[in-house]
Design a protein around this ligand. Structure first.
Ligand code: SAH
Length: 404
């Protein structure tokens, strides 16, 4: 019993101590979830939409977060009419965490030609949640999902966990995959606490263990033994090829995968491009990370003639470059910093390749999400303000291409 008391006490006393925060792009942080929900979700009836003039109004998040439509759900379909200034070329696609401080999505929408975001939780497409907002000017009819469809439940994805799953853990899906992992001590404490019990553990312990498992997306891998997913398991759930991030440090793998696109969700949205560009596309990929956009296009069978990829992390550039060399025949041009992508550079690039068909990217969300709510500065934060470079670059590309 003393171990249980210890376990619960330790967890309460050091809520912030088990998981660090490496998130560039993460919303499912440990702790503070209730508070976020209260502040940002559950829009009241009659609350104003994204094009409203009061920028401090929160953007209502749909519940359930299913976007404009989902694969194989023919009943529900949304019509939308794009503002004329939003119509391409180029097509554009911007992503960030759905649950952001008040006013952020209204502001993002305003800078991206007043398009209403499509909020999607990836748990409707796979076994793990990832709540994201997407602003894009793509058609939304006749989308098709990547095949084979990804597993929708934990057991489908990781069959061997079933053997160890206690009846009192009702989870069928995982929460958002994190950018970091729980400390081994936590697993050890959970193991000790459960091993001491004869029969099912007391409710209080169940509740604590469940909460910990939910927040860390932990799975049962042995008797009374939980663990976080391995990077290759995350790659699988996120739609990347096996070993995509292998060869870099574990810390970097978790960080990059925690921040990446969910490939199947993004591919579902981009699938409409396949018939429009049978001979391939030129892509400007901003904040490319480990190449979620590129992998999505590749898995859709869309040829990438040229990708100009802008990504500051050398490790991420290595991941993308090595995948590219194995799978692509087109040209990959790498640039490190969005801030160095000037109008002159864009103009010379556009003249050389004949224009971009797609501008895609999700800027860092360090100041929009994360465990420490006092450090969420909205779009003015050091990292999140890089969003304005996405808007600036898109604007520049549009006007250069208009003149062509
Ligand atoms: N969509 C990506 C991940 C985006 S996360 C994927 O699928 O992997 C945001 C990315 O922006 C991170 O990889 C981060 O390294 C990168 N980044 C941060 N500052 C940047 C800058 N100034 N210029 C270019 N990239 C930057």
């Amino acid at each position: 019993m003393s171990v249980l008391v210890d376990l619960i006490y330790t967890s309460e006393a050091s809520e912030d101590g088990y998981y660090g925060n490496f998130s560039d792009h993460e919303d499912n942080s440990y702790g503070g979830r209730k508070e976020k929900r209260k502040r940002f979700e559950g829009a009241e009836e009659g609350s104003r939409g994204p094009l409203d003039s009061r920028s401090d109004e929160p953007m209502p998040l749909p519940n359930p977060m299913v976007g404009f439509n989902l694969p194989n759900q023919k009943l529900r379909s949304v019509d939308r009419c794009l503002p004329s200034k939003a119509i391409g070329p180029p097509f554009y696609y911007y992503e960030n965490v759905a649950i952001a401080p008040k006013g952020v999505w209204t502001m993002i929408s305003r800078f991206l030609y007043d398009i209403q975001p499509e909020f999607v939780d990836s748990r409707f497409l796979c076994a793990a949640a990832r709540k994201r907002g997407y602003i894009h000017n793509l058609p939304i009819k006749n989308r098709s999902p990547l095949l084979p469809l990804p597993p929708k439940t934990i057991f489908e994805a990781f069959h061997r966990t079933k053997k160890w799953w206690p009846t009192w853990d009702p989870r069928k899906q995982l929460n958002c995959l994190l950018t970091n992992v729980a400390k081994p001590k936590l697993m050890e404490q959970i193991h000790h606490a459960l091993a001491k019990c004869e029969g099912p553990p007391p409710r209080r312990v169940q509740k604590y263990v469940l909460e910990t498992c939910r927040e860390g997306s932990l799975v049962w891998v042995g008797l009374n033994k939980v663990a976080h997913l391995e990077p290759n398991e995350m790659e699988y759930l996120l739609g990347f090829p096996k070993d995509h991030t292998r060869g870099i440090s574990m810390t970097d793998r978790y960080k990059s995968l925690g921040n990446s696109f969910h490939v199947d969700t993004v591919a579902y949205h981009l699938s409409v491009l396949r018939d429009m560009f049978p001979h391939g596309m030129n892509v400007l990929s901003l904040f490319s990370g480990i190449g979620g956009a590129e992998v999505a296009l590749h898995r859709l069978g869309i040829r990438m003639k040229t990708v100009v990829s802008v990504e500051i992390s050398e490790v991420n550039r290595f991941v993308l470059r090595s995948w590219w060399d194995q799978t692509q025949t087109g040209t990959l041009i790498e640039i490190a910093d969005v801030q160095s992508l000037t109008s002159e550079r864009l103009e010379s690039c556009i003249k050389r390749i004949g224009g971009f068909d797609l501008v895609i990217g999700g800027s860092p969300c360090n100041n929009l999400a994360g465990r420490n709510r006092f450090h969420r500065d909205g779009l003015d934060g050091e990292h999140s303000s890089l969003f304005y470079h996405y808007a600036r670059i898109l604007d520049t590309v549009k006007s250069i291409m208009d003149r062509m």
